[in-house]
Design a protein. Structure first.
Length: 349
């Protein structure tokens, strides 16, 4: 507490202004008092005096520091199972120049449900990118900052960098599993589709993880403890990272990372190998179960924004010509903007 005294913080930036090594390990509290506001004052053996408010003490207690500081002004996620919950999830009206409160509502919807639909959007890349850039910063990856591409299922290229660029079915996955800082918010806008198919099942990875935690604790422990190798190899990129499928912080679900096609051979011994495949089978079976999926059809005029750290997305095979545009939004910028705007306009939900 001596090192964390509020008076040692910069009055504007709240950054530390005293080097921690300058505080003696032998310092002791000599005089302690509590005033009528339940603030605690401490006179230290080195002559310094500190005053801590009741709120500061509660926020920084061992049991609550994580939830109070990291999740401050952020509502808890609403977990969902399938199509039955869709009608409860709000749609957001497109605006050329959304207000800060409207931006808060959009970000809050993504945070609570893991995805949001922006309806009545002009079906152009320009309108899509402009709207998204008003929400928070974009995230540049090896796929660039924004994209706009057309796939003709009758005339597919033989030189594609990823299965996203053909017309075949893709099972539930998260994008950029091979990046240490994988994609945050994924944006989809189908600008045109002249053909059949192309449905997009969504899976709430937090719901699946919570189910496994309750029903199969050993599988949950393995999936949330042991890192797996994820990779992307092509001519111009050789990317690998080691992360678990389920990442937690202080026991809270933080991130889901899974793409079966980007999963490298497991590096485990015989005992761990059996646990690996047993746990992996539990995970894959649950995310592919239609009972755990919410199915949408991407249409011109509707932007779909998905929290790639939580919700897995899939695609059924399709025919004809399909034009898509999209981008990624930075996860740090997203949560930062949500916290700031929620502090002004309050929590929703």
């Amino acid at each position: 507490m001596r090192e964390c005294c509020p008076s040692t913080l910069h009055p504007i930036t709240s950054q530390r202004s005293v080097e921690s090594s300058n505080v003696s390990l032998d310092v002791r509290a000599e005089v302690v008092g509590v005033d009528e506001k339940k603030s605690v004052s401490i006179g230290w053996s080195d002559g310094h005096r500190s005053v801590f408010s009741e709120k500061w003490l509660l926020d920084h207690s061992q049991k609550s520091w994580f939830s109070s500081l990291v999740r401050e002004r952020i509502p808890k996620p609403h977990l969902w199972k399938n199509q039955a919950q869709l009608e409860k999830m709000p749609q957001i009206e497109y605006e050329d120049n959304p207000s800060k409160e409207s931006i808060r509502n959009t970000l809050n919807t993504i945070h609570q449900y893991g995805f949001a639909r922006i309806v009545h959007t002009p079906p152009t890349p320009e309108a899509t990118f402009s709207y998204c850039h008003k929400l928070c910063s974009s995230q540049n990856t090896l796929w660039g900052s924004c994209w706009d591409y057309t796939i003709d299922a009758r005339n597919l290229s033989s030189d594609i960098p990823d299965t996203a660029y053909d017309n075949t079915a893709i099972p539930p996955h998260t994008d950029c599993s091979y990046l240490w800082n994988s994609a945050g918010i994924q944006v989809f806008h189908c600008l045109k589709h002249e053909g059949e198919g192309g449905l997009n099942p969504l899976v709430d990875g937090f719901y699946i993880a919570d189910r496994i935690r309750q029903e199969n604790p050993s599988a949950y422990d393995f999936l949330s403890t042991y890192p797996m190798e994820w990779y992307h190899n092509e001519k111009d990129h050789k990317i690998h990272t080691f992360q678990p499928i389920i990442r937690t912080e202080d026991g809270e679900l933080k991130q889901i990372r899974f793409n079966d096609v980007d999963r490298a051979p497991p590096p485990f011994d015989e005992k761990r190998m059996e646990e690996y495949y047993r746990s992996l089978k539990v995970w894959v079976k649950m995310i592919n179960d239609p009972e755990n999926q919410l199915v949408l059809k991407l249409l011109p005029g509707t932007i779909l924004m998905v929290n790639n750290w939580r919700v897995l997305h899939a695609r059924t095979a399709y025919t004809g010509i399909r034009r898509m545009c999209g981008l990624y939004l930075d996860p740090d910028s997203f949560i930062d903007r949500l916290r700031v705007l929620s502090s002004f306009f309050g929590l929703v939900g």
